[in-house]
Design a protein around this ligand. Structure first.
Ligand code: N2P
Length: 381
């Protein structure tokens, strides 16, 4: 119990750090009368990340509501953003992360939520919602799906073997960013997420810069650091879970929950290797992924129904139990497995929470410069 309170306090502190100014109170629930809308066809189109929904959840929603769900996946925020920028996505619900959602919200890609249709909205953790105010003033458009952090994941068994006599570094980021280590670990496979905004921010943080700097000179410095380990990176991965679980990669820049999922998958496949998401001494980078309804969604009623369904405490608990990501659903905490709510790579403790790097805001020019730095790094060998 105790650790949950500590965790919540730490996350509240993180949220305030993210605001960088006096907090803005979330707007009260909308109470405007809703005009009777023509009945929607019983269809809902969702666009989410892979391996990010509990098994059977879509089927349960379809059974209960009679709404047929078309569920597609994207692998990077860049891919989702390109669709949103092009317009007419065909999707009703999308799940952007915090490196992009502030700009997307500002650009008007999402429609305001009708809180009167979200009776489970009160299950959300006020501390998390406060953190999201920076991305979405007044909490008008974004509802938490899950959150986690970008960190170093390892197959400890393989890494220790590849390092030989060399001890593990004090700072886990050295394993993927420092030539002394990468030159050894390339033999068992180093994998990076294949996305500029997943790799440049941790690289910036590693060299002591603001992880969300918009300064091209900083991006160049990050790319210069990365260039030194480029030849040791085997995979730019969009299938990280399988790469780790299947033994293609032993040290990765990846997402906390996906590394945990890989650990479970490897075990199921009979592997005895120890696979884990590390908590680096210099911290890791938090992301909040959120649901939003696109501005031209054809099925906004159904979208609200799904969001409300997902906001049930049981469903938030199922997500954390199965996917090992943290939830913004406070009511779900009491319903999840104790080994999940007590897992420090899912619900970090207060001490590590202090080291987490809060999400920042890239400008469009900043993001372009990040992408250029990343492309240059990836091309170089
Ligand atoms: C996919 C998880 C996505 C987390 N399994 C990063 N947004």
């Amino acid at each position: 119990m105790m650790n949950k309170y500590l965790w919540s306090a730490a996350i509240a502190a993180l949220a305030l750090a993210a605001c960088g100014k006096k907090e803005e109170a979330p707007a009260p629930a909308a109470s405007a009368p809703v005009a009777a809308a023509p009945a929607e066809e019983k269809v809902l189109n969702i666009y989410n990340w892979p391996d990010y929904i509990p098994e059977g959840m879509i089927a349960a929603f379809e059974k209960e509501t009679g709404i047929k769900v078309n569920y597609d996946t994207f692998e990077t925020n860049e891919a989702l953003n390109a669709k949103l920028v092009a317009g007419s996505t065909g999707y009703d619900i999308v799940v952007p992360g915090t490196t992009f959602s502030p700009a997307q919200t500002e650009a008007g890609f999402f429609q305001p939520l009708d809180r009167a249709k979200l009776k489970n909205y009160g299950n959300l953790d006020p501390a998390i919602m406060m953190g999201l105010v920076k991305a979405d003033p007044g909490n008008k458009h974004l509802v938490p799906w899950a959150w986690g952090f970008t960190t170093v994941g390892i197959n400890r068994t393989k890494v220790e073997k590849a390092l030989g006599k060399m001890p593990m570094p004090e700072n886990a980021w050295d394993l993927v960013f420092k030539p002394e280590y990468t030159s050894k670990l390339k033999s068992c496979g180093i994998a990076y997420l294949d996305s500029p905004t997943e790799i440049i921010p941790p690289a910036l943080h590693y060299i002591g810069k603001d992880a969300y700097s918009n300064d091209p000179a900083d991006h160049k410095a990050a790319a210069d650091m990365l260039a030194k380990v480029r030849k040791d990176v085997r995979i730019f991965s969009s299938t990280m879970i399988d790469d780790i679980a299947g033994g293609k990669a032993c040290a990765v820049v990846g997402w906390s929950g996906d590394v945990n999922i890989a650990a479970g998958r490897a075990k199921e496949n009979g592997s005895k290797d120890v696979i884990e998401a590390l908590l680096p001494s210099t911290g890791a980078l938090v992301f909040y992924d959120t649901m939003a309804i696109t501005k031209d969604a054809k099925h906004p009623e159904n979208a609200h129904a799904f969001i409300d369904f997902y906001l049930r405490a049981e469903n938030g608990a199922l997500m954390a139990d199965e996917l090992s990501y943290s939830t913004g659903n406070q009511a779900a905490l009491a319903k999840m497995k104790p080994e999940v709510s007590g897992n420090k790579t899912i619900f970090v403790d207060a001490e590590f929470a202090k080291k987490l790097v809060a999400p920042g805001k890239f400008t469009n020019e900043g993001r372009e410069s990040v992408a250029n730095a990343y492309t240059a790094f990836k091309k170089g060998k």
